[in-house]
Every structure is written in C-alpha cells, then in structure tokens.
Write a protein that binds this ligand. Structure first.
Ligand code: HEC
Ligand code: HEC
Ligand code: HEC
Ligand code: HEC
Length: 163
C-alpha cells in the first residue's frame, strides 16, 4: 500500500467514527431535564415550558392528523426526528426541550452541562432564530408570520442566577 492509500483509509476511519458518535445523541424527553431544571430559584424551565403552547400542541391535531407525519414533523419533537434516535421521549409531549436544545442523552450529565463547550460537543444547542424557523415557516398551514424578538419573549425561560 502506498502513502496516499493509507492516508485515504485513515480519513475514512476517522469520518466513520465521527458519524457513529453523532448518531449516539438520542432524544430522552422533557421529564429527564426536569430533574435538574425545575428549581424555583433557577427559573423553573420545565414548568415554564409545560405551560407554553409548545407543550400542548399535540392537542391541535384531530383524528388522523395526530398520526400524519406531515403534521407531526412540527408538532412533536419525537415524531419529527430520525426514529433510530428516539430513546425515552414520547410523541405526546409535543414540541419539547430537545427540539431547541438538541438531543440530550450525552450532555445531560451535570459536569458536562456546566461546561458549555463540552456540552455543545456532546450535542447541546444554544438556539437562535434559525432553530425556530425549522417549524415557524410557510410550510405551516396556519403560519402567522414570525417575529423572533416577540415570539422569543413569549417562550423565554431564563435562569436568573446565570445572568
Ligand atoms: C443532572 C442534572 C441535569 C440534567 C439531567 C440536565 N441538565 Fe441542563 N444543566 C445542568 C447544569 C448544572 C447546568 C449549568 C447551569 C446551572 O448551574 O444551572 C445546565 C445548563 C443547561 C443549559 C444552559 C447551557 C448554557 O451554557 O447556557 C441548557 C440549555 C440546558 N442545561 C438544557 C438541558 C436540557 C434540554 C436537558 C434535558 C435534555 C438538561 N439540560 C438536562 C444540569 C442538568
Ligand atoms: C412547518 C411546520 C408545521 C407543519 C408542517 C404543520 N404545522 Fe401546525 N403549526 C405550526 C406552527 C409554528 C403553529 C403556530 C402558528 C404560528 O404562530 O405561526 C401551528 C399551529 C397550528 C394550529 C393552531 C391554529 C391557529 O390558528 O393557531 C393547528 C390547528 C395546526 N397547527 C394544525 C396542523 C395540522 C393539522 C397540520 C398537518 C396538516 C400542521 N399543523 C402542520 C407548525 C406546523
Ligand atoms: C422553543 C424552543 C425552546 C424550548 C422548547 C426549550 N428551550 Fe430552553 N432555551 C431556548 C432559548 C432560545 C434559550 C436562550 C438561549 C440564549 O441564552 O441565547 C433557552 C435557554 C435555556 C436555559 C438557559 C437559561 C439561562 O438563563 O441560563 C436552560 C437551562 C434551558 N433553556 C432549559 C430548557 C429545558 C429544560 C426545556 C424543556 C423543559 C427547554 N429549555 C425548552 C429555547 C427553548
Ligand atoms: C419543532 C417545531 C418548533 C420549533 C423548533 C419551534 N416552535 Fe414555536 N411553535 C411550534 C408549534 C407547532 C406551535 C403551535 C402551538 C399551538 O398553539 O398549538 C408553536 C407556537 C409558538 C408560539 C405561540 C404562537 C402563538 O400564536 O401564540 C410562540 C411564541 C413560539 N412558538 C415561539 C418559538 C420560538 C421563539 C422558537 C425558537 C426559539 C420556537 N417557537 C421553535 C413549533 C415549533
């Protein structure tokens, strides 16, 4: 084998490892985040989300719509992702944490979570306008336009101790 071949094969091995790792990040569901993110003094992210339209949006889909992938892809985190990545998340919880923050199986560890860089390397997303527009766009039959600032203010769940 010549050098070029060896380098090419090495590249292939590295790429396939990267792909396997990326697929290791699975969706675990909001109840798992609740364990650590529902303290009153830290902003009660779970309770705030549970009271938001995102948590109740499966109730919008009537009859056959609740099984229609065309509707589910925006109304349910669990139904809208690669089914191989579904761990403990349920379709019924609607649009939950991991639609915005990324699949949590690898970053949910407290020591990882405290280190933003490490958490991001393990699949955590700090959401921005683009994250929202995956669903808030003209493909939605009830699209009402999307003003990021206004919409963000309605679903914010700041932790008063981290600012
Ligand atoms: C074992 C406890 C634990 C679990 C489970 C957990 N987190 Fe965290 N999370 C933390 C800690 C600790 C921090 C660091 C900030 C703090 O002290 O509150 C944090 C920070 C974050 C941040 C802010 C990161 C930053 O750098 O601004 C986000 C977003 C977040 N978590 C989302 C989630 C989501 C979504 C889930 C569920 C998929 C989850 N967490 C599960 C403990 C946890
Ligand atoms: C591209 C993402 C997307 C798709 C696909 C989608 N929805 Fe929605 N849906 C949304 C968003 C986002 C809203 C919130 C409305 C807004 O603020 O634009 C919404 C709102 C709704 C509402 C509330 C209506 C209202 O007036 O507020 C109903 C009912 C609904 N959707 C049903 C459906 C059904 C049924 C389907 C499948 C035929 C579907 N949606 C497909 C994203 C989507
Ligand atoms: C609709 C999208 C969306 C959903 C759903 C969502 N978040 Fe967030 N979250 C955000 C945005 C946007 C921010 C602000 C990011 C920034 O700091 O720029 C944020 C911030 C956070 C922070 C950091 C708060 C701070 O001030 O340090 C935590 C912790 C968090 N989210 C946890 C959760 C948990 C737990 C859930 C589910 C129970 C959840 N989020 C659901 C969009 C979302
Ligand atoms: C996975 C798809 C998805 C993502 C990502 C998403 N949303 Fe939504 N959002 C929805 C759906 C579906 C509804 C409709 C909820 C309902 O009323 O049933 C909605 C409703 C809302 C509403 C209520 C609108 C109204 O008419 O009252 C606000 C505000 C909102 N989203 C803000 C955001 C923001 C801000 C982000 C990004 C940080 C975001 N959403 C990301 C799917 C999504």
């Amino acid at each position: 084998m010549n050098y070029k071949k060896i380098i090419f094969l090495l590249g292939l091995v590295i790429c396939s490892i990267a792909v396997v790792n990326a697929q290791d990040f699975k969706y675990i569901g909001a109840a798992k985040c609740k364990m650590c993110h529902n303290k009153a003094e830290k902003g009660q992210q779970f309770t705030q989300w549970a009271a938001s339209p995102h948590a109740k949006t499966m109730a919008r889909l009537k009859g056959a719509e609740a099984k229609d992938p065309k509707c589910l892809k925006c109304h349910s985190t669990a139904a809208g992702v690669d089914q191989a990545l579904v761990a403990t998340i349920t379709v019924a919880e609607g649009v939950s944490c991991e639609s915005c923050h990324g699949p949590g199986s690898a970053y949910k560890v407290a020591t990882t979570m405290k280190d933003r860089k490490l958490a991001m390397a393990k699949g955590m997303i700090i959401p921005d306008e683009k994250t929202c527009k995956k669903c808030h766009n003209e493909q939605s039959p009830h699209y009402k336009g999307f003003n990021y600032k206004e919409y963000l203010a309605k679903v914010m769940h700041d932790d008063p101790t981290t600012k």
